[in-house]
Design a protein around this ligand. Structure first.
Ligand code: NIG
Ligand code: FE
Length: 416
């Protein structure tokens, strides 16, 4: 199914457009915009119109692709927080976590993030690209059309640049929209005597080079006991902003503090928030920071979820991402994680869907995806079912039949 000048795809039992929904607060399933027996008309990768298939058939000036089974279409999923570029496995950490030690104890003993750092430093850029490409294939088969990838397992000038270049080179060959983020401030590496000395080095050497080489537009930091403290993180992110970077924060995963950093630096998003108080959340709301829940990390660590229901009831724009990484979130299945999170946090199906589509686009400052409407990219995902709610009902076991990015079919399960 290659696009010609114009093409029409359908008929879908339901096209769930997500158009016109509020960006913040609770959503009712009755308000989800659905075109029944719909079609998607597109040209040069952009949506011309979403509407009743029979009406669009009369308008199309090009080819028509008929779906051979009952299907629904939703906007392509957006995963706004991943650590997909890494080498090796952390299965030994997992075995320790489920038997004796906590994530922070393992990190303190020199394992955890630093274990992946050793393996990622030892890998060549080409090796990183090979393993990253495999994961990107998996991402596309999950119906994801845009995603973010962080560095943060290099922690030297050369190794951070190597990781970001690997992400850039893989991105150039991938149909996915990929946003990269510099997370050189993931943890202080053993070569530095203090986190302050390491952040000084990042500000003097690493961030200016990342900027010069245009390898990332965003800078992230892990604010946590054993990683970086509140005051130094604020200083670092404010410096990053003077270089023109957007900033985001790993905030309140185990202890509070990070959301304060996000608030003061006016970060785009504060991600994790498992340990946030209501006051922390309200301050994020006040500062216009987008809260991102990472249920894959709660599942991977066997810890409490971020208070998703509370976040919505406070009138905030809840976003959900996978946090796919080899340590805390090895599952790497956004749909399953979002569905499980939704079941535990009592989110409506529309709230969960918005959190990985229309609301997630804002966490990546993307303005042309996450909704199926005229002028937006024709990024959508098809499932073989007649009821879009099945996507979450089956908690990740109903897999996409096909993924379309800019109107081109980039994945199909049964070749149609
Ligand atoms: O978001 N918490 C810090 N960073 C990642 C974990 C990275 C790792 O354990 O390798 C996270 O969970
Ligand atoms: Fe993370």
């Amino acid at each position: 199914m290659k696009e010609t000048a114009q093409s029409l795809i359908g008929p879908f039992k339901e096209v769930v457009t997500m158009e016109g929904l509020p960006l913040e607060g609770p959503l009712k399933d009755q308000s989800v915009p659905i075109v029944k027996e719909g079609g998607i008309l597109l040209e040069n990768g952009i949506i011309l119109e979403v509407g009743p298939f029979e009406d669009l058939k009369k308008k199309v000036n090009g080819s028509i692709s008929h779906l051979p089974f009952p299907a629904i279409a939703v906007p392509g999923f957006i995963d706004c927080h991943t650590h997909l570029c890494f080498a090796g496995s952390r299965v030994s950490d997992y075995a320790k976590r489920v038997s004796s030690m906590s994530y922070l104890e393992i990190a303190k003993a020199g394992g955890g993030i630093l274990d992946t750092v050793k393996k990622t430093r030892a890998a060549s850029k080409e090796e990183l690209i090979v393993s990253l490409n495999k994961r990107l294939e998996e991402v596309i088969s999950q119906g994801i059309t845009s995603l973010e990838i962080k560095s943060g397992y290099g922690l030297t000038l050369n190794d951070e640049i190597k990781q970001l270049e690997a992400i850039k080179e893989a991105s150039l060959k991938s149909p996915l929209t990929i946003i990269s983020t510099c997370l050189a401030a993931h943890i202080c590496p053993p070569e530095f005597s203090s986190s302050k000395a390491y952040l000084d080095f990042l500000m003097k050497k690493v961030l200016p080079l990342v900027k010069e080489k245009n390898l990332a537009k965003r800078v992230d930091i892990f604010v946590e006991n054993g990683a970086f403290e509140v005051e130094e993180s604020i200083f670092y992110l404010n410096f990053a902003k003077t270089l023109g970077f957007e900033v985001v924060v790993h905030a309140d995963q185990f202890h509070p503090g990070g959301s304060n950093v996000a608030k003061i630096t006016k970060a785009i998003s504060a991600d994790h928030l498992e340990a946030s108080s209501e006051k922390d959340l309200l301050e994020l709301k006040e500062a216009g920071v987008i809260p991102v829940a990472l249920p894959g990390a709660s599942i991977g660590l066997g810890m409490a979820f971020t208070k998703g229901r509370k976040i919505l009831d406070l009138g905030m724009p809840l976003v959900i991402a996978s946090d796919w990484n080899p340590g805390s979130a090895p599952m790497g299945n956004l749909l399953a994680e979002a569905a499980i999170f939704g079941a535990f946090e009592k989110l409506t199906i529309s709230e969960t869907l918005a959190a990985i589509t229309s609301r997630a686009s804002h966490a990546l400052s993307l303005k042309d995806c996450g909704i199926l409407k005229t002028g937006y990219k024709a990024d959508f995902t098809i499932f073989e079912t007649s009821d879009y709610r099945d996507i979450f009902y089956y908690q990740g076991s109903l897999k996409p039949s096909a993924t379309y990015i800019k109107g081109t079919q980039v994945f199909s399960k049964d070749k149609f």
